[in-house]
Ligand binder design. Structure first.
Ligand SMILES: [Zn+2]
Length: 279
């Protein structure tokens, strides 16, 4: 597998569910900035804006997470490669690479840790959150998009399915793991143009995307690398159910042929030449 398997929709959904359980409903007593990088407008502004506020909700759109406060502010963030939001007891030692710590009113700390340091956060008024440029070309969230919307978005598209599903502008939340899984389960070649699917195959792809996301959320996501953990520190379990991701060169679980692996849309992609013909 790629060592840099990144959090996708099921992992971010698991983190957001953990934030609802372990951070929402608590007051932020103080905020400590240990490394002021990729914090907007600045670490100091986040600390000042969040101190004394009540966390009222945690939300998600695609792979972007959001935390709302009682005074109409929202922290909009992205885990990117290795970001972790974890809640720990106050007295639990802090690990390396913790960049921001929010002390909560229930005797815990919400800690932002990011070894690779590609993750980011913005503190903005809630009413302006969706004006951030990251939302400008973001398609409907994969769990909110209807089948009709999905079928319509594919119609006439010349983009290959892998690029189309990874792009975030058509459907938001999928990454390398779940695109490969959904295409394999749909028996579709990753380079097949979206516009060539027709109604039946587009519907099947939609259904398999939903199914793989639902299964992965139920398993609390996929933990392949060291980086992804839930808010409670638990690893995901979906890596045990992956059918094709990371299995290039191994035998197809359905037909036994050797699975192919190549760069498609800039990402290592695995598919079965028997089950996923390019037509
Ligand atoms: Zn096969």
């Amino acid at each position: 597998p790629e060592p840099n398997a990144m959090p996708e929709l099921p992992e971010v959904e698991t983190v957001v569910a953990g934030l609802r359980r372990e951070a929402v409903g608590r007051w932020i007593e103080s905020v400590e900035i240990l490394r002021d990088q990729h914090l907007h407008p600045s670490g100091a502004a986040l600390a000042e804006g969040l101190t004394g506020r009540l966390l009222t909700d945690a939300r998600r759109w695609g792979k972007i997470w959001m935390l709302d406060t009682d005074d109409g502010q929202t922290v909009v963030g992205h885990l990117r490669m290795s970001g972790q939001l974890r809640v720990h007891p106050l007295d639990e030692p802090r690990r390396d690479h913790v960049h921001l710590v929010a002390t909560l009113s229930d005797g815990h700390e919400l800690r932002w840790r990011d070894v690779r340091r590609f993750g980011w956060m913005h503190l903005v008024p809630t009413a302006e959150a969706l004006d951030l440029p990251v939302f400008a070309n973001l398609g409907p969230d994969a769990l909110a998009m209807t089948e009709d919307e999905f079928v319509a978005a594919l119609r006439g598209s010349r983009r290959g399915l892998k690029a189309l599903l990874l792009g975030q502008d058509v459907i938001a939340g999928l990454g390398n793991i779940y695109v490969d899984e959904a295409l394999f389960r749909s028996r579709l070649h990753p380079r097949l143009a979206g516009g060539r699917l027709g109604l039946a195959r587009a519907r099947r792809l939609y259904g398999e995307i939903r199914a793989v996301l639902d299964e992965a959320i139920a398993a609390r996501g996929t933990s392949i690398s060291q980086s992804y953990r839930g808010v409670d520190g638990r690893r995901g379990a979906y890596q045990k159910q992956l059918q094709i991701y990371g299995r290039g060169g191994q035998a197809c679980l359905v037909c036994g042929r050797e699975l192919l692996s190549a760069q498609v849309a800039g990402r290592t992609t695995v598919w079965c030449p028997g089950c996923q013909p390019r037509r």
